[in-house]
Design a protein around this ligand. Structure first.
Ligand code: MG
Length: 318
């Protein structure tokens, strides 16, 4: 079946050949202020800017323009600290992105403490209030914590969930959604005191005792206050299947980190087609490409471009 994209493509080819005349001409002309006639069907692909490391922070204005030129539409920040983005005030940083044609839609931020206690919960709340204030100036619609607080017991998990809910409430009051991003440590199990003291049994191998921390986070937080930005690569590295989580908690993953061991699609260990299909069915609203390692002879920008091309050419990505 001919898609709108194919149709527009054909239209532009005909127009270049000078065959189209009359009523078709204005339609082509109306596209002349965009990069390509296919831009009407441009995929909204987001990038987590951490992917570029020093190649971006060395020259942010030029780097942002390069990101936009590759074809990315939105970015998720990393690097907010002491109420600034690197050497820039937040308003200045936003202007740089606006000028490059990139929309800042999300930002990764960790509170300054890793071990949460009843005593420091007010300090953490204060941190989120200031962070939200600054992120209103950046124009984001989501704020995401990417680092796991210390969780070694069910009690610690419970306190972390309360503090996550509170962060979600602070953000929600300002119209920002608050989420949590995982690595692989969240798929470790923690046991209750009773489970710890029970005698080991051969069935422990197939039915390990304890609860997975990620599940404790999902069930212990309020879905109206906390969403989960699943990093699909780190979930697989945690020996879990992203699809099982999408099935079990269908409404909790509106945002994803799309990541592979190297450039997307190269390792063969990630089934992105199944991931996207299920995520769309569950109402996926945004996703961000992330890349850490690239091959030795490659720059980070080349890796980031390779990832964009993979998703842009993938028929299963809308
Ligand atoms: Mg990630």
């Amino acid at each position: 079946m001919e898609t709108k994209r194919d149709f527009l493509k054909k239209l532009s080819l005909l127009a270049v050949g000078g065959i189209v005349a009359g009523s078709a001409t204005p339609a082509v002309a109306s596209n002349s202020n965009t990069n390509s006639p296919a831009s009407a069907a441009k995929k909204m692909i987001g990038l987590q800017i951490y992917s570029l490391a020093k190649e971006l922070t060395d020259n942010v204005p030029d780097g942002m323009k390069k990101i936009a030129k590759i074809g990315y539409s939105t970015i998720e920040l990393a690097g907010y600290r002491d109420r600034k983005m690197g050497q820039y005030e937040v308003a200045e940083y936003r202007k740089i992105c606006d000028d490059a044609g990139l929309k800042i839609t999300s930002s990764h931020v960790n509170p300054t403490v890793r071990k949460y206690t009843k005593e420091n919960s007010a300090e953490i709340a204060e941190f989120w209030k200031k962070t939200v204030e600054d992120h209103l100036k950046l124009g984001v619609n989501t704020l995401v914590q990417p680092g796991m607080p210390t969780i070694e017991s069910h009690d610690e998990a419970k306190l972390v969930c309360e503090i996550f809910n509170n962060a979600g409430e602070i953000a929600k009051a300002a119209g920002i959604k608050w989420g949590y991003h995982n690595h692989n440590m969240e798929f470790k199990r923690i046991m209750t005191e009773a489970e710890k003291s029970a005698a080991p049994s051969p069935s422990d191998f197939f039915h390990p005792k304890g609860e997975i921390i990620y599940d404790l986070m999902l069930t212990g937080t309020d879905p109206n206050l906390v969403f989960f930005e699943m990093d699909v690569y780190w979930t697989v590295m945690g020996q879990m299947d992203p699809l099982e989580y999408f099935e079990k908690y269908p409404t909790r993953f509106p945002v994803l980190h799309i990541k592979d061991r190297l450039v997307l699609g190269q390792s063969g260990m990630m089934n992105f087609e199944n991931i996207f299909k299920k995520a769309y069915a569950n109402g996926l609203s945004a996703y961000y490409v992330e890349i850490e390692k690239v091959k030795d002879n490659m720059t980070q920008f080349e890796g980031v471009k390779g990832c964009f091309d993979y998703l842009n050419n993938a028929p299963f990505v809308k």
